[in-house]
Design a protein. Structure first.
Lengths: 447, 447
């Protein structure tokens, strides 16, 4: 048997990027993946005539590492459709509008605009690599994003709009997010406008062939049998010589291990010796967001004919935002709706039929009667997935960054940590996962 | 082999109380305990000449269930020593004072007193059995206790005192506690004064023989081999017929199982079928507090000779509060110091020698030179314990009660939940654990 240098737990973008860098440096790597596929929270599901990105989907400006890899592997991107008017459903009233400024009373718009500018400005002071060293870190970490919003905005409609944006960004209610984390995350993804927007924003482009296609191409360069599928890791033991990584019917020894899992799952592995108290306590404090991704497929993107771009926002109903996720050539109409944060939790209690009905009812409100009769409907919640248990990512509640943040990336003996939650840039995104994989490889290689 | 009706996971006070009630109702019960003893977070450690309560210690008025059990099993209680003056170290200045009112400027005292009265008053509106149905629940759940304190008190010294009290109550910084949870917990334990105080408070009495002695007596009434020690549970599977509870080298089937563990540990068990998303997401959101309990033993309680009661509070140093935990007859002097919340996390990074030095230095500041030379020193952190991972209890961050609270106690098929965190009365205390055990037994017996 060949001796393994490094075991990697999890074949999401963090894990396979780490594996790629370590293999390129001449190391023998074994990747243990609980599922029967790579990609983790990025999953492109194939159907007869189309594919759907059931998890991570978009790429955008300043996501330099994923764009470099896409280029290297010859994978194209294309613009997210955003021509025409956006749709807004507030207080039961449907309105459409051109551009970025929704049809709200001027004082509401000014209040909202000030809040967006303010959070972006505040975020500039964040120390991305050590958020707990940000000026007044404890002050910001003592309040929720909701508390800050309540101070910042007087108009309930402004707060509603900001809530919709926040839930679309974090997949969690602003009352669960530390303001310091919100500032960190805002800077990590450049600014609040970038996080929110399609054009010049985090939702600007999609990946031709689906977001998992890059992962598939990366692993095709690995030596045979690098990845073992259906191999959930249950325990990791270590001593001075190295590590042993154990699952139900396997056990591998290596010099080092990289755990590239969502924090809450990294915290459920049985470590011997025990994880230090502070590391364990930190992992008790990084809950995952909750989101359902709901797709309705139509024979064509009919909303475009009505001058609509497929972007909607609503302060009521399960679906609070929608995107046009049709194929590049528009040969089908694919409408995607997010059910986010607390709505996602209530949505989980519905039957599949009731979920479908609720989504199509909302789509019909946005786009008219045609939306009620799709060719196909599918939805997915990452909180129901055994090997993710929430999406998009782990979100820091109040107090966590300043009391325990330094234990997020610090290796514990021969155990190293990756995953998008450990990234200082584009934390929570595919880009962050890739950066975390590259960072952990450097850490191990001593670069 | 005898058929088991109910398996109980965890032999803390919740688990053994549930077991007792079920056995009394004629059920066949198996208790699986990870440690080699009962008591869970309550552990009375025996030494040659004395014993120490390394975990839960005190009982007080309105803790009716534990008092009833103590009486039934013939176990005495005795008053926590509180005769003489208390000690306060603030801004580097040491002061002693008689009674409950610390020597602070009148405006500070008024501000502090108003805050304490206010939180007790606010807490009266909490719906203990369904905190999410409390009036304005979402409002209170959107802010941290720290945010409320910042609004409520203008004086930093008042806030410091309130912080010390809060940390002593929750073992976590006020910036980690949802204000709704703080209100819930305050009402759950009667009021804020009760939670804080020795006389008429949660620290009023101690249990002769140690707090674990009741647990030992309860299990002595169980049929032989009811409890299996050194049996950490790894997985629970269930189908229509019942449950199977699995550890490294055992597996038991039963009709039902009660999981009586801290929430964060209940969340690490491998459930098949998978825990529903909302239950899993909730358990991602109930981190444990952090506390070190530090004991110095002297040949006599010398501070008493100086008219001091052994109660101290400090806004600086690792130890923020102390108690006189000497034996009932005062034959030894036992001083206990709590290192709480974020101080506990930093304390975990010190060597055993440095921890001892830091504690004795603080004790010496409080009680003079004699405190620097104990006969014996010992400390314990429950966050370092594999089968607890934090103390006193799980604490709700913002947003958790209102979004997911209803999943805290709701059985999942044949799996039922106990533990002090599931109790509506005296949540977080031994009394709450006992009440949760009695509640879950009734739930199972259909009463």
């Amino acid at each position: 048997m060949s001796k393994i240098d490094i075991i990697i737990v999890g074949a999401g973008y963090a894990g396979i990027t780490a594996a790629r860098e370590l293999i390129r440096a001449g190391k023998t790597v074994k990747v243990l993946e609980a599922r029967d596929r790579v990609g983790g929270r990025v999953h492109t599901q194939q159907f007869d005539d189309f594919y759907l990105d059931m998890g991570g989907t978009w790429v955008g400006p300043s996501q330099d590492r994923i764009y470099a890899l896409l280029k290297e592997f010859g994978i194209e991107t294309f613009k997210t459709y955003d021509e025409g008017k956006s749709t807004m459903l507030m207080d039961g009233k449907l309105k459409t509008y051109k551009g970025l400024i929704p049809p709200l009373p001027i004082p509401v718009l000014l209040s909202l605009d000030m809040a967006i500018k303010k959070i972006s400005k505040l975020s500039k002071n964040v120390d991305l690599s050590e958020p707990w060293n940000t000026p007044n870190a404890k002050y910001w970490d003592s309040m929720t994003l909701q508390t800050w919003m309540d101070k910042q905005m007087a108009f309930s409609k402004a707060k509603s709009m900001f809530t919709i944006a926040s839930e679309a960004i974090w997949a969690t209610h602003p009352n669960e997010v530390s303001m310091l984390h919100a500032m960190f995350y805002t800077k990590s993804g450049r600014d609040f406008d970038t996080l929110m927007n399609v054009k010049n924003g985090a939702q600007e482009e999609r990946i031709l062939g689906g977001a998992q296609s890059l992962a598939n191409k990366i692993i095709a360069t690995f030596p045979p049998e690098t990845i073992q599928y259906n191999a959930p890791v249950k325990a990791i033991t270590q001593d001075g010589d190295g590590v042993e990584v154990i699952g139900k019917d396997f056990s591998y020894k290596a010099k080092k291990v990289v755990v590239a899992l969502p924090p809450t799952l990294a915290g459920r592995i049985d470590y011997q010796p025990l994880m230090p108290a502070n590391r364990d306590q930190l992992l008790q404090r990084i809950p995952m967001g909750s989101v359902w991704k709901c797709y309705a497929i139509y024979d064509k993107p009919f909303w475009r004919e009505n001058g609509l771009n497929g972007l909607s926002a609503s302060d009521n109903g399960f679906v609070s935002v929608t995107f046009d996720n049709s194929p590049k050539d528009g040969s089908l109409g694919i409408m995607m709706g997010f059910v986010l944060a607390n709505q996602a939790k209530d949505f989980s209690l519905l039957s599949p039929e009731d979920r479908k009905e609720a989504v199509l009812e909302q789509f019909t409100k946005f786009y008219g009667e045609k939306a009620s009769k799709p060719i196909f409907y599918i939805d997915k919640s990452w909180a129901e997935e055994e090997f993710t248990r929430g999406c998009y990512a782990g979100v820091m509640p109040t107090g966590a960054w300043t009391s325990l943040g330094k234990h997020l990336r610090e290796p514990v003996g021969n155990i190293h940590w990756a995953g998008t939650e450990t990234s200082d840039v584009w934390n929570g995104y595919i880009e962050g996962a890739i950066r975390s994989g590259e960072r952990v490889a450097k850490e191990i290689l001593g670069k």
